[in-house]
Design a protein around this ligand. Structure first.
Ligand code: ZN
Length: 419
């Protein structure tokens, strides 16, 4: 396999998508659609007039309603009805749409439809006594599972190969996030690797509205074929699991050595025990006898292994585009752990000691998030979600049937699974 050039990294991708999103929402903010004539919803009349507003940043319900000619008592009644009957108390900018209907151009608003998602509409109608009635309508959705597969070609990034395979950019971002703890997209992508994604497309009235969730993903990574499946547990929560039903979203361990006592916490300023003056403690110290094996806090690649005056013998691991961890004061390194070595979670990378600026044997452990040191004990990490016995049994059956479906789709790329 040949090493390929990395053209677009995930952070560049997300920045690009963000710029696109901003541009699109700017367009949306200034878009006020006026539709005349026959309407799809509610009573229709030849001169009925509709106005659709996309909620913009800084908009309030009151401001929007007053702009449409409603008065303060309408605003209060509508806000009450939305809160009481639809559980809506705030509007979401660049997402929520509000449709105003007037019997004709010069009449006051008689009907308001709030559209918080493509699958839900909240209809407010003006009653004869001047109050507002509120009714929530669920829009039926038709979900297809579609399958796309591709291969990394020489000179490719995963992003380019994914787009060439016809995978939508939004789905590719979800796949990046899913696989981020399994592989390093900047370094572990090679020509000849195959990948596939099964994902949802949601339709309403025969028209595609949006892409849904990633249902299954497969990638021939350097450390083996990675497979993940989305599965709903009996308690209603969903998660991603590997072929065997183990929680697939790998995380970092806050305390790499199990049950190790914290002897010094993370702080932005403390008196250093050896140097004597106050300086930040960028990690957490755990009590550990000399020679205690130090496990990698998560899967990743060793990016540094060396000695410096402060850290003594230390190892740094890059886990994904976001997280790195560092382990200091080691008495020695584990055999075979060098710069560039790929390690799995729990693999011994070295042994505790007291090298560098240290008063006694311990592990000094750092988590670096996007280049900044964070407190390992409090930083928000992706959750690991394992299955109980009953759910695991169900998962394995579900996985088998999904694999059968995927097998058929891989031979018939135009087919889809009706969900
Ligand atoms: Zn320390």
């Amino acid at each position: 396999m040949q090493k390929v050039k990395y053209i677009m990294n995930p952070s560049m991708l997300s920045r690009l998508v963000m710029v696109l999103a901003i541009v699109l929402s700017l367009v949306a903010i200034f878009t006020v659609v006026l539709t005349r004539g026959v309407s799809r919803n509610g009573p229709t009349g030849p001169t009925e007039c509709k106005t659709v507003i996309v909620v913009a940043s800084g908009d309030t319900l009151g401001k929007i309603l007053i702009d449409q000619g409603l008065n303060n008592s309408d605003v209060n009644a509508i806000a009450d009805a939305l809160k009481k009957n639809a559980g809506i108390s705030t509007l979401r900018a660049d997402n929520d749409k509000i449709e105003f209907t007037r019997p004709d151009e010069t009449s006051p608003v008689s009907k308001i439809v709030l559209i918080p998602s493509p699958w839900k509409q909240v209809e407010l109608t003006c009653s004869e006594n001047g109050g507002w009635n509120c009714n929530t309508v669920e829009i039926e959705r038709d979900t297809h599972a579609v399958y796309k597969s591709g291969e990394i070609k020489n000179g490719d990034s995963f992003y380019l190969a994914g787009i060439r395979a016809g995978i939508p950019a939004g789905i590719l971002i979800d796949v990046f996030d899913l696989l981020a703890f399994e592989m390093d997209f900047e370094r572990d992508v090679r020509a000849g690797q195959h990948f596939s994604v099964l994902y949802e497309e949601n339709f309403s009235g025969g028209e595609k509205v949006e892409n849904g969730h990633v249902l299954a993903v497969q990638f021939e990574a350097l450390r083996g074929n990675v497979k993940m499946y989305r599965f709903k547990k009996s308690d209603g929560t969903t998660g991603y699991y590997d072929e065997n039903g183990n929680g697939a979203i790998k995380s970092l361990k806050r305390t790499p050595i199990n049950n190790a006592k914290v002897t010094s916490n993370f702080s932005s300023g403390r008196k250093h025990p050896v140097l004597g003056f106050t300086r930040a403690h960028k990690g957490v110290d755990f009590r550990a006898a000399t020679g205690t094996p130090i496990p990698a806090a998560g899967a990743g690649r060793v990016v540094a292994r060396g000695f410096n005056r402060g850290h003594g013998n230390y190892v740094k691991i890059r886990h994904n585009g976001t997280f790195e961890t560092l382990y200091a004061h080691m008495s020695k390194f584990a055999k075979g752990v060098n710069v560039g070595t790929t390690v799995r979670q729990g693999q011994t990378i070295g042994y505790a000691g007291s090298t560098g600026l240290s008063t006694g044997p311990h592990l000094h452990y750092e988590i670096i998030k996007n280049g900044t040191h964070v407190n390992p004990l409090t930083v928000k990490l992706p959750a690991i979600n394992n299955l109980g016995d009953a759910d695991k049994k169900k998962f394995l059956e579900y996985r088998k049937s999904l694999d059968n479906g995927i097998e058929k789709l891989s031979q018939n790329p135009d087919w889809f699974i009706q969900m």
